[in-house]
Ligand binder design. Structure first.
Ligand code: SF4
Length: 166
């Protein structure tokens, strides 16, 4: 199975109650190889919820205890982000997931970039907390922005091969 941010598959789990439905991923959804997860929902955060950002840090630094995250109201969200990430990792391990495709820019799911923490739209290089945790456990993590039809078909083929019985 390939782990996917649920909002990319049209689930209404984004902070504002919307989705990030991604046409290419939606098209291949019916093959049954995608496992939809939303770390922030797994942390029991509501939909909608105030937006949150990593405060001038990245997911891997936060996991190492060198950073915090807050929502727009100033409420600390560090523990929620870590809880969501740990729950996604457990699911990934249970399904022997080797590949994840996650939503760019999210404090949980961002793969190449996350917001700076100033709530002004600016982004910095770095992973979100879930992406960093999965990556540190050997799971290949891609952003939806990395996806081309060719790459997605290659990932699906590799996934199908790893699921075939001996
Ligand atoms: S936590 Fe991830 S899956 Fe959930 S809404 Fe944010 S980007 Fe999408």
């Amino acid at each position: 199975m390939i782990l996917i941010s649920a909002c990319l598959l049209g689930h209404r789990v984004r902070y504002d109650g919307g989705t990030n439905a991604h046409a290419l991923l939606m098209k291949y959804h019916e093959r049954g190889q995608f496992l939809a997860v939303c770390p922030e929902c797994f942390a029991l955060l509501p939909v909608p919820r105030p937006p949150m950002e990593l405060a001038h840090t990245t997911g891997d630094a936060l996991l190492a205890g060198r950073g915090r995250a807050f929502d727009r109201n100033g409420l600390e969200m560090t523990g929620y982000l870590c809880t969501g990430a740990q729950k996604v990792l457990k699911i990934a391990e249970a399904y022997e997931v080797k590949t994840a495709i996650l939503k760019e820019g999210s404090p949980s799911c961002g793969v190449h970039r996350v917001h700076t923490g100033d709530f002004d739209g600016r982004k910095q290089q770095g992973m979100g907390v879930t992406a960093a945790l999965l990556s540190s456990h050997g799971i290949r993590v891609y952003s939806e922005k990395d996806m081309t039809q060719e790459l997605l078909e290659e990932l699906l083929e590799r996934d199908a091969e790893s699921d075939r019985p001996f």
